[in-house]
Design a protein around this ligand. Structure first.
Ligand code: ZN
Length: 807
């Protein structure tokens, strides 16, 4: 570069226009658009478009709403000529679209140009000749007078040929004249040429179709946009019969200010703009029509061209031009709705939240829902872009952006401290892999970290089933709020093995934490908890977030612990979501540390609660039965009795055998079944559930026929059983669950019956357990199994009664 560029370059000559009006004006209406993609844009391509490419491009322009399209320079090439013919002969041009064709001021070329559009419904002949001093003297060796004469003579030729064509083919013509290199032409001379051309054309009128178009090209952009605006205003103010003229702009982008030039040129009085989509064109290109249109749109003015699916337009244009759109190109670049920086992401996230509230308020009051977002001048959705693209995450990004993506894709509003914790997880991955994180990377990392979204992401601890029950703490004085305790009974998967665990606390979460402490020696405390609902479609779910810390033994130390573990849970049930969140955090706390194995220790000194649950765990894993809590307690007593002789230890097999024996539980098929339903018939007697049961059963190995009525099949079965007894049985508790899946699914039933002997002899309670593929049958079998112990008692009672009678 030169030390003093003024020795080589001259500044533009400013126009003396002290009363210029354009700086005070505002654009409130779109101009008439002309796309010259297929002419000026196409001429600038290394490989000009093929006819099929031009056709696709043309259709895209029509679809976007362009009503004036410069389709070719027909005299310059056969491809161009043939393309115009094809558009007309194949009827590709909608009635309201004007085909524009360019011709230089030469008679034979004008002739061929007019021929090219013969038969079109509507056409604009666009003729140009160079008018600036440099071109006049150096390129064409014409005087001013010769230049004017050339324009006049050839305008007359256009007039004559188009008249003939209209007469012969009915084509409606308009005329556009360009004083080529207008921005470098002396302003007075540009006016002189145009006045002469207008006179030669001779039929300009105020109606839309009659107006002559004077196109004022900044063929090469040589000055700042305000200079161009001055030139345009000067032209508009001085040309005669302004009302019969459309003033058109044709800015190029040599200085990178074509958009500004076009906008200021419109303020200066222009009615029309010629340009290309995404600014294709010779050298630095023509002005970008998409940019201009969307600039208007963001001012609340519809541009009358539509880019609702901007990506589809980009796809066509880049394929036809074989040129990319720059990633930071206004409105269209891949990165323009993207924020990488943490502070921007944070602002956008807050902006969206604030806007949602503002819009809800505005909606409620019937007011407009204005778009007002930090860093986003336009709603990406208006251009068919999803918000996904708005925030992208790399190692420079902040927690706000990540939280936004999690919110958008998983519907979760993370508490602030969780945002920080998860941000560190993402930072680590981004750093390690040294790449940008996609939305999928982030959501997958979230699911993995917090064990969300099915078995793929499950941790070492996973909730299978649970029951929360409440019991009032003793000692609540009358009228005082009773301090209710919560009991957690549940089945969790621990390293792939089912475990029955239970615990107490003043809420469901602390009851689960108590259970983890008791059964797995995982001693954690709750530090933070929050939840919110996720409404997706019709079904609302609850999301819970918990922060756990290791229990250090004293409250202060625990509260201040530096290390904490976050967990997230989602469940249709709010308690379920909290419990899942606790297990999620517990998974993160235990990492890969060893967990205590199940011990079947039932002796003295062992906690009854944990002993019962451990016994239940053994039955669960051996028989897939989830024992109700009271049955756990009942069976545990049996186990303790059986183990008393062997120092409190009992083998796994002995335990399972004891269970089968005690509850008449056999899975074998009928042959050697001791309690079986051979056949039964159930009649529903009325809508309230009254039923009549009749059938053949095997009770303790013996076939028995029964028939009775009751408030349902089980009470009918009890009724039938009672007929054979001196005393009475009644059902105290009934529970059921399914085992297995699909066609293999079976029902497991648990029935506790109470027996009262004749004459009010002491009550006996006993359980029966059964499974069957039919849920009614499994219930009936369980009732029958429970009567086994009752039969002995009844017989004893009968004998006792007989003895009393004999005496
Ligand atoms: Zn041009």
């Amino acid at each position: 570069m030169l030390a003093d560029p003024s020795i080589r370059y001259q500044p533009y000559t400013p126009l003396n226009l002290p009363d210029r009006q354009w700086p005070g004006k505002v654009n409130r209406a779109p101009p008439i658009w002309l796309s010259t993609d297929l002419r000026d844009g196409n001429q600038a391509l290394a490989n000009p478009m093929t006819i099929p490419q031009k056709m696709v491009f043309f259709e895209t322009l029509v679809k976007c709403g362009f009503k004036e399209i410069e389709v070719a320079y027909p005299a310059a090439s056969d491809t161009d000529f043939n393309f115009v013919r094809m558009l007309i002969e194949e009827n590709r041009v909608p009635d309201d679209v004007w085909l524009q064709v360019l011709t230089p001021a030469r008679e034979d070329l004008i002739k061929r140009t007019v021929e090219s559009v013969a038969g079109a419904k509507r056409a604009i002949i666009h003729m140009y000749n160079a008018t600036c001093c440099l071109f006049r003297t150096v390129v064409f060796h014409n005087s001013k007078e010769e230049t004017v004469n050339l324009a006049v003579k050839h305008t007359e030729i256009v007039r004559k040929l188009t008249d003939e064509c209209t007469a012969k083919h009915g084509t409606q013509f308009r005329y556009e004249y360009s004083p080529e290199t207008f921005s470098q032409t002396e302003p007075e001379f540009a006016l002189e040429v145009c006045e002469a051309v207008k006179k030669a054309w001779g039929r300009a009128g105020p109606a839309f179709e009659d107006r002559i178009i004077f196109n004022l090209p900044a063929t090469v952009e040589i000055g700042p946009p305000n200079h161009y605006a001055d030139l345009v205003e000067h032209f508009c103010r001085h040309i005669s019969e302004r009302e019969k003229i459309y003033i058109s702009l044709h800015p190029h982008n040599d200085r990178g200010t074509s958009t500004a030039a076009a906008e200021l040129g419109q303020l200066a009085g222009a009615d029309r703009v010629e340009g290309c989509l995404f600014g294709n064109g010779e050298r630095t290109g023509n002005v970008d029509l998409v940019n201009l249109a969307l600039n208007l749109y963001t001012q609340g003015v519809h541009p009358k061209v539509d880019f609702s699916d901007i990506q589809a337009v980009i796809d066509v244009v880049t394929a036809c031009n074989d040129l990319p759109v720059h990633p930071r190109h206004p409105y269209a670049g891949e990165l323009v709705f993207t924020a990488f920086s943490g502070s921007h992401q944070d602002a956008i996230k807050k902006g969206f939240e604030a806007q949602r509230e503002r819009h809800a308020k505005a909606r409620a009051q019937g007011e407009r829902e204005y778009w007002d977002m930090p860093y986003l001048p336009i709603d990406p959705a208006d251009l068919g872009c999803t918000y996904e693209a708005v925030i992208r995450v790399n190692a420079q990004s902040g927690k706000g952006g990540i939280a936004y993506l999690v919110q958008q894709h998983l519907g979760l509003d993370m508490p602030r401290k969780l945002q920080i914790a998860f941000y560190q997880v993402i930072q680590e991955i981004a750093d390690r892999e040294a790449r940008e994180m996609t939305v999928e990377d982030i959501t997958t990392a979230f699911r993995k970290t917090y064990h969300l979204g099915g078995s793929v992401y499950e941790g070492r601890l996973a909730l299978r089933s649970f029951r929360i029950s409440a019991e009032s703490a003793p000692g609540g004085a009358e009228g005082e709020a009773v301090d209710e305790r919560r009991q957690f009974d549940g089945t969790i998967l621990v390293d792939g093995q089912l475990r029955v665990i239970r615990g107490d606390g003043n809420g469901p979460l602390s009851a689960l934490l108590d259970a983890l402490r008791t059964h797995l020696q995982v001693d954690l405390c709750l530090r933070e908890y929050s939840e919110h609902t996720i409404s997706q479609d019709a079904s609302a779910k609850a999301a819970s977030f918990v922060e756990l810390v290791w229990n250090s033994g004293d409250v202060k130390g625990t509260r201040a612990a530096a290390e904490s573990f976050w967990g997230v849970g989602i469940d249709p049930d709010i308690a379920g979501s909290g419990l899942r969140a606790v297990l999620s955090a517990a998974n993160n706390a235990i990492a890969d540390r060893a967990l205590p194995e199940l011990k079947l220790s039932v002796g003295a000194g062992f906690s009854a609660a944990s002993g019962q649950a451990d016994v239940a765990t053994a039955i669960l894993n051996a028989l897939r039965l989830e024992l109700p809590r009271r049955l756990q307690a009942a069976f545990f007593e049996e186990v303790q009795r059986a183990a008393a002789g062997s120092g409190g230890e009992i083998s796994y097999d002995a335990l399972v055998g004891l269970f089968r024996e005690t509850y008449g539980y056999y899975e074998e098929e009928e042959g050697d079944a001791r309690f079986a339903v051979k056949s039964f018939k159930l009649e529903h007697l009325n809508a309230s559930g009254r039923a009549k049961l009749s059938g053949e059963f095997i009770i303790n190995g013996k076939p028995v026929s029964l028939a009775a009525e009751g408030n349902g099949p089980l009470s009918a079965a009890v009724e039938a059983v009672n007929r054979g007894l001196d005393g009475r049985v009644s059902i105290r508790e009934y529970a059921e669950h399914s085992i297995g899946e699909g066609s293999e699914v079976k029902a497991a039933s648990y029935v506790e019956v109470a027996y009262e002997g004749p004459g009010g002899s002491p009550k006996l309670t006993t359980w029966g357990v059964a499974i069957d593929s039919d849920i009614t049958a499994s219930g009936l079998k369980a009732v029958l199994a429970a009567t086994k112990a009752v039969e002995h008692a009844d017989e004893a009672a009968r004998k006792a009664a007989a003895q009393v009678a004999q005496q």
